[in-house]
Ligand binder design. Structure first.
Ligand SMILES: [Zn+2]
Ligand SMILES: [Zn+2]
Length: 69
């Protein structure tokens, strides 16, 4: 499953979590409306969680989730 990423509204470049502006063109990033944790499946609508990619239930960043082979 593809993890949600912030997509730049200006140039479309994907940026890592934790940024509010695009590295490429400086436009504000558009974040998904919710963040679904790949580990526990919890869906967060907290903007801070979405921006940081953080699951409040796991108390871990979703990017830290191990990829199951
Ligand atoms: Zn951009
Ligand atoms: Zn979780």
């Amino acid at each position: 499953m593809k993890k949600p990423k912030a997509a730049c509204a200006g140039c479309g470049a994907e940026q890592p979590y934790g940024q509010i502006r695009c590295d490429v063109c400086g436009e504000p990033l558009v974040f998904p409306v919710s963040l679904v944790c790949p580990r526990c499946g919890a869906e967060s609508f907290n903007l801070n969680d979405i921006v940081e990619g953080y699951c409040g239930r796991c108390h871990q960043f979703v990017d830290d989730a191990p990829v199951k082979g």
